[in-house]
Design a binder for this molecule. Structure first.
Ligand SMILES: Cc1cc2nc3c(=O)[nH]c(=O)nc-3n(C[C@H](O)[C@H](O)[C@H](O)COP(=O)(O)OP(=O)(O)OC[C@H]3O[C@@H](n4cnc5c(N)ncnc54)[C@H](O)[C@@H]3O)c2cc1C
Length: 609
């Protein structure tokens, strides 16, 4: 292994080396799992075991280290993901095998993701708190965002040239494990794009990490010093890999949480990948003295709970799993960001532009030389650093009618059939908050990041449709059955239609007209709502790897799975600390939020045990 990665294997153990019991067991060594394991093992008297299905990724390209550039790290390699697809999606024109992106590697999503490190708008988290979750408002979470991330300052000349503004009050100090930074280069066409947005009246924020609505710059999860991925492995695991009280068991799956008669979680059953499912000869139990924390991600945290007998009783009975707690919310409330593109060509593009890398040999050579010399220049760019999160009143002239339509819907009208009364009540409460958020300027309902390319990649940020993750009733060890249920609620594709119309208006601003934009897809001929909605149903994907909310933090009577202390309802000794606990998806790529949630989860666990 390359020398810089070798250290992380220090505390990696084999199953035979695993102790009989630990103070804490962390189920899933993904992004949140490594954060929580780091914090819980700060006390050398407490032992921590992390069980992770994936392996440590040794390929330096995943970090963008040595000669590799950041973009080589964001290829979403199938080898590092679970092989799962959604059931057919009628809302997406019957899309078959819609992709379900979930990481299967140490560091989880933070190891494979696109490294956009933006946060949701304050109102997103305030709405979490309003769903009976005291302590989870944005102002209360801010210290955890800061505890996780530090900002490496952008190059002052570039920052001045492009008006890249930031507020250090949004970030922590040098003790915060994750570095976020701006690349050393931006293409000039970005100035037209930003100016065009301003001409549309979109509010420019000084710092998106404190105000993620309107127009703002956002950093990537990269260390400025090394221009390599800054992620849960580099920030939270590698620096503490020598702790004797921390064990990482890779290539093993947690099958079930084991409960005693009082419904206290006492341990987990585990087995090595590739061994016969559930075979007593290969399954062993490891005990937890204090607490088990589930961090298996939005896909598998509910799956492990269901396999363990915590979930919708009807489903568990069908799967032949003895019911420990009837908790209908386990695996319900699935949300993601349906993404879609708007294709444009700029006939009088700024020069240079992203295509210059392919069309202009001397520019490409200059870029390659800069990268080879000191890791600067266009090769240091990732997916982009500026964008607009557009509130509905700016997106759509008929926003009042859209909000009225949301309020007029029966709460169960577009929910999956499996949702029972507590889930419907919970959705009703969520929908009220969403209708209010849709009416104001504090929440962007559309994500529109840009990077000087003609292609606009957008997403519906706060969808109204809800899906499910349910154990396969004929084989509980098979991957769970995922139904994104995307665009089941007709408001969601309408937002996509309004997005295309918005972008057309943006392209017609004086700043953008200078680039002579020509629409390629879905095509200028499509103009009516009917046409655009139909096109949206064909064009959108079910998610962007931002799956969440499947073990939602909410009271039981609102279909919740965990309380504001993140303990699973109805049992003891068991909590959840990953992206599943969000009751509502945030209007942002989810990595930054997961760091904050996991930091807070660790504090909560420590405080009670
Ligand atoms: C392809 C992709 C691209 C993304 N791009 C971005 C981006 O650019 N910006 C951004 O902000 N966010 C992005 N995200 C989202 C973000 O990375 C995730 O939301 C976040 O990492 C999720 O963290 P988590 O801890 O909840 O789950 P994960 O990090 O997924 O961790 C769960 C871990 O549990 C393990 N596990 C599961 N089941 C078991 C079991 N039974 N036993 C043992 N281990 C188990 C898994 O292998 C995994 O490692 C992306 C995600 C993906 C997948």
């Amino acid at each position: 292994y390359p020398a810089d990665l070798a250290g992380i294997h220090q505390r990696e153990i084999t199953a035979r080396q695993a102790s009989e019991s630990y103070d804490y067991i962390v189920v899933g060594g993904g992004q949140s799992g490594l954060v929580i394991a780091n914090r819980l093992s700060e006390d050398p008297t407490k032992t921590v075991l992390v069980v992770e299905y994936g392996y440590i990724e040794n390929d330096p390209a995943q970090e963008g280290s040595s000669k590799f550039k950041p973009t080589s790290a964001t290829a979403w390699k199938q080898r590092l993901l679970y092989n799962v697809t959604s059931v057919d999606l009628p809302g997406l024109n019957g899309l078959k095998n819609g992709p379900v992106y979930a990481a299967a590697v140490v560091g989880g999503g933070s190891t494979v993701n696109g490294m956009m490190l933006d946060r949701g708008a304050p109102e997103n988290y305030d709405n979490w708190a309003k769903l009976n979750n005291p302590g989870w408002s944005f102002n209360e979470l801010l210290k955890y965002f800061k505890k996780a991330t530090q900002l490496d300052l952008p190059d002052p000349v570039l920052a001045k040239d492009f008006n890249i503004t930031y507020d250090l009050a949004a970030y922590g100090d040098k003790n915060s494990p994750i570095h976020v930074s701006y690349p050393t280069y931006q293409y000039p066409g970005i100035k037209n794009q930003v100016q065009g947005m301003k001409e549309m009246g979109v509010q420019l924020q000084k710092e998106g990490a404190l105000n993620a609505h309107g127009l703002f710059w956002f950093p990537g999860a990269l260390s400025a010093a090394t221009v390599t991925r800054s992620y849960a492995v580099s920030g939270y695991y590698r620096p503490v890999a020598s702790r004797a009280n921390l064990h990482l068991l890779t290539g093993h799956r947690v099958n079930e949480v084991v409960f005693d008669k009082s419904k206290r979680a006492t341990g987990v059953t585990i087995q090595e990948r590739g061994t016969p499912n559930g075979d007593p000869a290969v399954v062993r139990t490891v005990k937890a003295k204090r607490e088990i924390v589930l961090t298996a991600g939005f896909l598998h945290t509910p799956h492990v709970l269901q396999r363990s007998g915590v979930g919708p009783a009807g489903l568990l009975k069908e799967a032949g799993i003895p019911v420990v707690v009837d908790l209908p919310g386990v695996g319900a409330n699935l949300q993601d960001h349906p993404g879609f593109t708007h294709g444009w060509r700029y006939d009088t593009d700024a020069n240079p532009n992203p295509n210059s890398m392919f069309t202009n040999q001397s520019f490409a050579q200059w870029a390659n030389n800069l990268w080879a010399a000191n890791r600067t220049g266009p090769r240091s760019l990732t997916v982009g650093n500026v964008g607009a999160w557009i509130p509905l009143p700016q997106l759509a002239e008929d926003w009042k009618e859209i909000v009225a339509a949301i309020r007029a819907q029966g709460p169960a009208d577009y929910l999956p059939k499996s949702y029972e009364s507590t889930l419907i009540a919970g959705y009703r409460a969520q929908r009220e908050l969403l209708a209010k958020a849709y009416s104001g300027l504090g929440t962007g309902v559309l994500e529109l990041p840009f990077n000087a390319r003609g292609q606009a990649i957008m997403a519906v940020e706060h969808q109204l449709s809800r899906g499910t993750v349910r154990v396969n009733t004929t084989d509980k060890y098979a991957e769970p059955v995922v139904d994104f249920n995307t665009f089941a609620n007709p408001v969601d594709p309408l937002i996509a239609a309004r997005a295309w119309q918005f972008v057309r208006r943006w392209m017609a601003t004086p700043a953008m007209k200078a680039l002579s934009p020509v629409e390629l897809s879905p095509g200028a001929a499509l103009t009516t709502d009917e046409q655009l909605i139909a096109a949206a149903r064909s064009a959108a994907g079910p998610g962007e790897g931002h799956g969440c909310c499947t073990a939602a933090m909410s009271p039981r009577k609102l279909g919740g799975v965990v309380g504001p202390d993140l303990r699973v309802h109805g049992v003891t000794g068991l909590s959840v600390g990953d992206n599943s606990v969000a009751p509502l998806i945030v209007g942002a790529h989810t990595c930054a939020t997961v760091y904050a949630v996991a930091e807070k989860a660790a504090d909560l666990v420590k405080a009670r045990t």
